[in-house]
Design a binder for this molecule. Structure first.
Ligand SMILES: N[C@H](CCC[C@H](N)C(=O)O)C(=O)O
Length: 276
């Protein structure tokens, strides 16, 4: 199969974006893994598949696959690249679009200056919907990992996150603790592991070991989860600037059931074709 794709990134979190509106696309797990492979394929953290919406109230449907080929519920940086893609491909001329995801509707909006604002919906703290099997969700709670007891804040942005506060993100044991948290038995669908350093009440530095992809240069839903966790812990005031290895994101949240608003870049790098 010859497949057209566009390579994009949102603050260094990179994607292979596929137009499933004008071409019929159905890929096996092996083909998805090959696409994401940085040696034998194109290489990316996630694959984004753009399709016609099933939901009449939505403009498009958006499917997300991690580098391991697993389909997931949500991707924040991907949502920004999504709206850039459908504009560049002239699939729409609406500045704000309604996108049907595995986990409900999100509303990314392309700003005149090229940045993208996404209403990511309200955070979820219901253990069954994370899913988390270790009891009810608190503002923060102990998670025993290897020989350590970590204090994590658990939240879903449509996808599951466990966020901890560290003194220095550059010295945090992301490579060691990340996979142990990702595969912790209390998370039946695994989890994204966030490591947040509080710089002041409106600035954090963040690294995320992502479920199904490993550490990425940036994680949009991870930034949302970290800011929500920091506000709930009484450590942060909205809006918060989130510095990641791939660039900066801005996250705003009014608390409780209000939606999280994420603002950041969306860059189209190149287009190509690949034989799968
Ligand atoms: N690895 C994530 C999906 C991608 C999220 C991330 N790239 C973002 O920008 O939100 C998961 O398995 O839930």
């Amino acid at each position: 199969m010859r497949l057209k794709f566009t390579k994009m990134h949102g603050a260094g979190n990179d994607f292979v974006v596929l137009d499933g509106v004008r071409q019929q696309i159905s890929l096996t797990t092996e083909q998805l893994r090959l696409l994401a492979d940085r040696h034998f394929g194109v290489g990316c953290d996630q694959i984004l598949l753009v399709e016609k919406a099933h939901d009449a109230s939505a403009d498009f449907r958006y499917r997300i696959f991690n580098a391991d080929g697993g389909e997931v519920e949500q991707c924040g940086n991907g949502a920004r690249c999504f709206v850039r893609f459908v504009h560049d491909q002239k699939l729409t001329n609406k500045a704000e679009i309604v996108v049907e995801t595995h986990n409900g509707l999100i509303r990314p909006r392309l700003e005149a200056d090229g940045r993208v604002v996404v209403n990511m919906g309200a955070p979820v703290f219901d253990a069954a919907r994370i899913p988390f099997s270790g009891g009810t969700i608190e503002v923060m709670q102990p998670l025993v990992v290897a020989d350590q007891t970590l204090m994590v804040s658990i939240v879903s942005m449509g996808n599951p996150h466990a966020v901890q506060v560290v003194d220095d993100v550059e010295r945090a044991a992301v490579e060691v603790l990340g996979p142990l948290i990702e595969h912790h038995a209390s998370f039946p669908k695994r989890v994204n592991a966030g490591f947040m350093q509080i710089m002041d009440r409106q600035h954090i530095r963040l690294r995320v070991y992502e479920r199904g992809s490993g550490e990425t240069l940036s994680c949009g839903t991870g930034a949302c989860a970290a800011v929500v966790s920091g506000i709930r812990r009484g450590l942060l005031d909205s809006p918060v600037s989130v510095a990641t290895h791939g660039g900066n994101l801005s996250i705003a949240w009014g608390g409780e059931e209000t939606p999280v608003l994420m603002t950041g870049p969306a860059i189209s790098v190149f287009s190509g074709e690949i034989n799968l």
